[in-house]
Design a protein around this ligand. Structure first.
Ligand code: SAM
Length: 220
């Protein structure tokens, strides 16, 4: 199997592997396989694929919708969402979102690295930035949204009573949601507001906390 320059660099430069070494590989669809490195250099390389070592493991049906914040903290959100088992990651532009564009390829690469480091066989797709209003207008109501909003301030809610099914978590930007967004979100039958406790959390902390609570209630 051919390796492109980035994959070959990762194996030889980052992981310090050399020809003849055995590695584990996955493509996000077919589980994990053993492989032997034939060559790995600056311009690319190749592997010989051996036996399958693990079946494909797909995460539970949870998406993360979040408003991008500063670069390093957006990277953190994508990395942790991938580690914690989100199936899709959708950056959204809300009224108070500062960023007008994201580097989708960079964020997707973070998701791949996160899946590699936690031994997963699944890589969540990271979508391009899109307006929250447009996403909600075309939303399939069969997927319920847990809307984390500090305006709900109260004790952190247990999510133990949630029904299994397709879910998404929505996290706002540094400035939170605008009042007009709150009015719209409150009026949507598939949106459920949730408190993560009496403290106002940073958006990256809120994303990790909400995903962990959901996984504790409905995850694998
Ligand atoms: N200014 C801070 C920052 O730099 O990140 C706080 C941002 S907080 C407004 C960002 C988002 O985190 C909110 O829109 C909400 O989705 C979520 N959040 C923070 N604290 C929360 C809480 N106690 N309960 C529910 N959601 C919360």
């Amino acid at each position: 199997m051919p390796l492109d320059a980035a994959q070959a660099h990762y194996l030889s430069g980052v992981m310090r592997q050399k020809p003849g070494d055995d590695v584990m590989v996955f493509n996000g669809r077919d589980g994990e396989w053993s492989a032997r490195i034939d060559q790995a250099g600056k311009r690319g390389g190749s592997l010989t694929i051996g036996q399958q070592t693990a079946p494909q493991r797909d995460p539970p049906d949870l998406w993360l919708l979040f408003a991008p914040i500063k670069k390093a903290r957006t990277d953190f959100i994508v990395e942790k969402a991938a580690e914690l088992g989100c199936a899709r990651i959708l950056p959204v532009q809300s009224d108070f979102t500062n960023s007008e564009r994201i580097r989708q390829d960079r964020l997707q690469a973070h998701a791949v690295e996160a899946a590699e480091q936690c031994g997963g066989t699944f890589v969540p797709a990271v979508a391009d930035l899109q307006p929250l209003s447009r996403l909600l207008a075309g939303w399939d109501p069969a997927r319920q949204i847990l809307w984390a909003d500090e305006a709900m301030a109260g004790p952190a809610q247990t999510l133990a009573g949630l029904l299994p099914g397709a879910w998404a978590i929505l996290i706002g930007p540094e400035g939170g949601f605008s009042e007009s967004e709150r009015v719209i979100l409150r009026g949507l039958p598939f949106v459920h507001p949730v408190s993560l406790g009496p403290r106002i959390l940073r958006a990256d902390t809120a994303a990790v906390a909400a995903i962990a609570l959901w996984q504790a209630a409905l995850g694998d």
